[in-house]
Design a protein around this ligand. Structure first.
Ligand code: FAD
Ligand code: SF4
Length: 518
């Protein structure tokens, strides 16, 4: 046999360069399920099921294409438990001339494969990942010589390089960014009718996987009852089509809005399909731009959506590979609290958090502002260790893969990288959540109060966060307005805020309010 062509669980791309270079007659495709990938950090049941079901469908697709696929299932007898143990066994069994794969998305996996092949003295070739629109080397070149990196400049370069939303070389409509139009809340009347996202009922292969996951991982978080994620390219394309037709026109306006018991609103729910590489970002961007050019979606919504994919998604990957492996250990604000237990149960009287954690456990999904300005914000304000926050986000979302999750969590949401990802901490009081959602109605707390029994924990902790971190944040011009407001608070009240924040750190679920609630 010539090459062992390794396909990882998040490389389910039929046009992958590893497959393009493979010869069905002489090369063997190798794929393996490994329990370690679901246990090295804890993992939501839907996340495990999604990977396994998508991998098994892809295996069958490759066999239909004429490839020979050596595939190890999780329950195979003598399974070594990890990717590296199975790869060692495969190399010893097949004795390939070379192992070929697309560069891994995750630092840990890349190094483990390299280590295994070196140990067994088998050459390994990593191919550039053509799924992304900016290669790791291109990002390094973009970063070279810049004192600080900002997504917005990177995004403009990407628009120009790929000719996206341009008219005669200028940004369509005259502006690069229409974010100011994309921050509406639903107001008093709420979201009204929103179409249901397409559901992908599990077929036989997926049903088998769901049973396997229930049997092998019974103690893992989340439920499989609502599993409806696309696990094939065909179903991912159907979800993309339905988003473009039914949701994109309102995506922009309500991108940051939240509403109780309405978990998905106008969001696309395609992140897991993109991250498994069932969809290519280029086709997603093209579909959105075409909808705008055909008059089916407004420019602000289209630009806002494209920015997430062409801008943020490519940018966070660049940051990940630029700063790993040290990035994982960063803790610029010296946060040292444990992650509150209710992040695994949703049991807290704080309605925003019980809603967002609840939907996370139910679906393995929450949208960006829920992740950033509810679960992420509370951890930031409380001072939770960034690595513990990172492990939670990596565990609970179906789209979680370290290259995208880590910079978003540790950098954007916890400011643990000291400003690499974001120019200032995303810190706000409960009033932000009140403005963008209806969560505060029916919550025992009052977002306007910072001390006292009814004080909203976000609000107390926000002021405490500013007081605690004032020396470090003072040099940041983007924080000056927020810090100036501290001058309006008396020393007596500052001390009361400090005491109340200490009580919250001892009881982070704010369970003292259960009495207020009933
Ligand atoms: P939509 O709101 O419809 O957005 C469209 C697409 O844009 C998404 O599918 C996604 O591919 C991309 N996108 C949007 N925002 C970002 C972003 N900040 N970074 C990268 N891509 C983005 N996204 C992940 O894919 N995996 C993660 O593990 C992940 N962890 C996150 C952790 C935190 C703390 C935060 C604040 C954000 C995280 N995100 C992550 C980004 C974002 O929240 C999700 O991509 C989005 O909620 C997925 O839902 P959707 O497909 O409906 O997205
Ligand atoms: Fe959340 Fe505070 Fe609003 Fe309650 S009052 S829902 S805790 S922001």
């Amino acid at each position: 046999m010539r090459n062992l062509v390794l396909i990882l669980g998040d490389q389910l791309d039929a046009d992958s360069p590893a497959l393009a270079a493979a010869d069905p007659e002489h090369d063997l495709i190798w794929m393996a399920e490994a329990a370690e990938e679901s246990t090295h950090v804890w993992s939501h049941k839907q996340r495990i099921a999604l990977f396994l079901a998508a991998m098994r469908h892809f295996r069958d697709h490759l066999r239909d294409q004429g490839f020979t696929v050596d595939y190890t299932e999780l329950d195979a007898p003598d399974h070594g438990g990890s990717l590296s143990s199975e790869l060692s066994r495969a190399i010893e069994k097949h004795r390939p001339e070379k192992v070929v794969l697309v560069e891994a998305g995750e630092y840990r996996v890349q190094h483990s494969i390299e280590g295994t092949c070196n140990r067994l003295k088998t050459p390994v070739e990593f191919l550039d990942d053509t799924h992304f629109l900016c290669s790791i080397d291109d990002f390094r070149r973009h970063a070279e010589g810049r004192k600080s990196l900002r997504m917005e400049f990177f995004y403009r370069e990407m628009r120009k390089r790929h000719g996206i939303l341009l008219d005669d070389g200028k940004p369509a409509g005259g502006d690069w960014n229409y974010d100011r139009e994309n921050r509406k809340s639903f107001g008093k009347d709420g979201p009204g009718e929103i179409p249901e996202p397409t559901r992908h009922e599990p077929d036989e292969i997926t049903r088998e996987v769901l049973e396997l996951v229930e049997r092998r991982f019974p103690g893992h978080p989340g439920s499989l009852d609502t599993f409806h994620w696309p696990v094939t390219r065909r179903s991912a394309l159907a979800r993309l089509r339905s988003f473009i037709d039914d949701f994109l026109p309102n995506f922009g306006d309500f991108q940051d809005a939240m509403w109780a018991d309405r978990p998905h609103l106008y969001h696309s729910l395609i992140s897991s399909s993109l991250n498994l590489k069932l969809l290519h970002p280029r086709e997603v961007i093209k579909a959105a731009e075409s909808a705008w050019r055909e008059g089916k979606a407004p420019l602000a919504a289209t630009e806002g959506f494209i920015r997430q994919i062409l801008g943020w998604r490519e940018y966070v990957r660049g940051i990940y590979w630029l700063h790993m492996p040290d990035y994982l250990e960063r803790n610029a604000l010296g946060a040292d609290q444990p992650l509150p237990d209710f992040y695994w149960t949703g049991r807290t009287p704080m309605r925003c958090l019980s809603q967002v954690v609840g939907q996370t456990l139910e679906f393995g999904h929450a949208h960006h502002i829920q992740r950033l300005m509810v679960t992420g914000l509370y951890a930031l304000l409380l001072g939770v260790k960034p690595k513990a926050v990172h492990e939670w986000y990596l565990a609970v979302y179906v789209d979680a893969i370290e290259w995208v999750e880590l910079p978003n969590t540790l950098g954007m949401s916890q400011f643990a990288d000291g400003g690499v990802m974001a120019s200032k901490p995303y810190c706000a009081s409960g009033k932000y959540i009140q403005r963008m959602s209806n969560y505060c109605k029916g919550c025992p707390f009052d977002p306007a109060k910072r001390t006292g029994d009814q004080a909203c924990p976000f609000t107390t902790l926000y002021w405490d966060f500013l007081l605690r971190n004032q020396p470090q944040l003072e040099g940041n011009p983007r924080m000056s307005m927020q810090l100036r407001n501290l001058q309006r608070i008396s020393d007596e009240e500052k001390s009361a805020i400090h005491d109340q924040a200490d009580r919250l750190r001892a009881d982070p679920a704010a369970s003292h309010a259960v009495d207020l609630w009933f």
